[in-house]
Design a protein around this ligand. Structure first.
Ligand SMILES: C[C@@](CO)(OP(=O)(O)O)[C@H](O)COP(=O)(O)OP(=O)(O)OC[C@H]1O[C@@H](n2ccc(N)nc2=O)[C@H](O)[C@@H]1O
Ligand SMILES: Nc1ncnc2c1ncn2[C@@H]1O[C@H](COP(=O)(O)OP(=O)(O)O)[C@@H](O)[C@H]1O
Length: 286
């Protein structure tokens, strides 16, 4: 095979609790992650010259080694002593630095794609281990679907996902740095919110009301406190008939959960007047 095309799906966090800060500076977490139907397209093509090149339609991501997709290809080349080159091309649809794991998903796509292109026959477990070296969210986006994630995000327990649910994603035009958010987190001041007992069954049963009432993201205590626009978007989502709304990951994207596609579309039309990066998407399950 000479060329491979892969869809790389973003995620939202339906629940995110920070358990503790570790010696290495990372944080132990407990999260419930859900893939969403918003994806980038990654294509990989064998190259005569032994080099990694990257093209993208997005002006917002690097094309050199700063790009996590290039880092993923470099890791595969080094780990398995491959002396071939690859051309990576990324059509970006997932907003950048949004809390939707777009970069991590691209890296996951490169790991999966090169496993095929170079016929390495690596097992999922090995790919996840390589993925973790690139970023804490990479193991989940490699897996796709829905999972409880623990450790720094690498200990994954697949769960029954949230089926066929319409979401509105709204990203305000502010930039958030994930490391800065974790650094600014005041663990002492954080109210502890253990995973509610009925949370996973609410997801499984698609009980959107219970889910909306009990979802939680500890990182809102940093990002939403600093940027009033997050609460403002959450409020607007509710005014426009969302069942619930919350920030995903370190932000700044807010997702709203809607009863059906029509309501979601209507809310998105209204939100777009204020924030052009507004999308209607469905949950994605394998
Ligand atoms: C907050 C979350 C929630 O899913 O998502 P995003 O907002 O990035 O989408 C993740 O924890 C982000 O994961 P990811 O973006 O892959 O993190 P990495 O690149 O590995 O780490 C970036 C930085 O975040 C901090 N970090 C990350 C993960 C973690 N469990 N504890 C941390 O303290 C570290 O300071 C690290 O240097
Ligand atoms: N392929 C990529 N796609 C998106 N962002 C990338 C990529 N490679 C590197 N980055 C950088 O990684 C940072 C985080 O991007 P992203 O994964 O989109 O956000 P998040 O971690 O909030 O979900 C951005 O500052 C961006 O410049």
């Amino acid at each position: 095979m000479e060329k491979i095309r892969i869809k790389t799906y973003g995620k939202i966090n339906l629940y995110l609790e920070v358990i503790k800060k570790r010696e290495d500076g990372y944080h132990d977490l407990q999260m419930v992650m859900q893939s969403i139907g918003l994806y980038d397209e990654v294509s990989l093509q064998k190259k005569e010259r032994d080099e990694i090149t990257l093209y993208t339609n997005s002006p917002y991501i690097p094309t050199d080694e700063g790009n996590i997709a290039v880092q993923a290809a470099k890791l595969m080349k080094e780990e398995f002593q491959i002396d071939q080159g690859v051309e990576i091309s990324i059509t970006k649809n997932i907003p950048v630095a949004a809390g939707l794991a777009g970069g991590s998903a691209n890296a996951a796509g490169v790991l999966k794609g090169l496993n095929e292109l170079w016929e390495l026959k690596l097992r999922d477990e090995k790919l996840r281990e390589l993925g973790l070296r690139l970023g804490a969210d990479v193991p989940f986006v490699l897996m796709e679907g829905a999972a409880v994630a623990e450790g720094i995000g690498e200990r994954l327990t697949p769960i029954e996902g949230l089926k066929n649910t319409w979401l509105v994603l709204c990203k305000p035009g502010i930039s958030i740095s994930t490391p800065e958010v974790y650094k600014a987190l005041d663990l002492e001041a954080l109210e502890r919110r253990p995973l509610p007992p009925g949370f996973l069954s609410a997801i499984e049963k698609r009980d959107l009301r219970t889910l909306s009432k009990t979802m939680y993201n500890a990182l809102e205590s940093v990002t939403a406190k600093k940027h009033g626009v997050i609460e403002d978007i959450k409020k607007k989502m509710m005014q426009y008939n969302a069942i619930g709304a919350m920030m995903t990951g370190s932000g700044p994207t807010v997702f709203g959960i809607f009863k059906d596609q029509d309501r979601a579309k209507k809310a998105a039309r209204n939100l777009r007047k204020y924030h052009h990066q507004t999308y209607v998407v469905n949950t994605y399950n394998k």
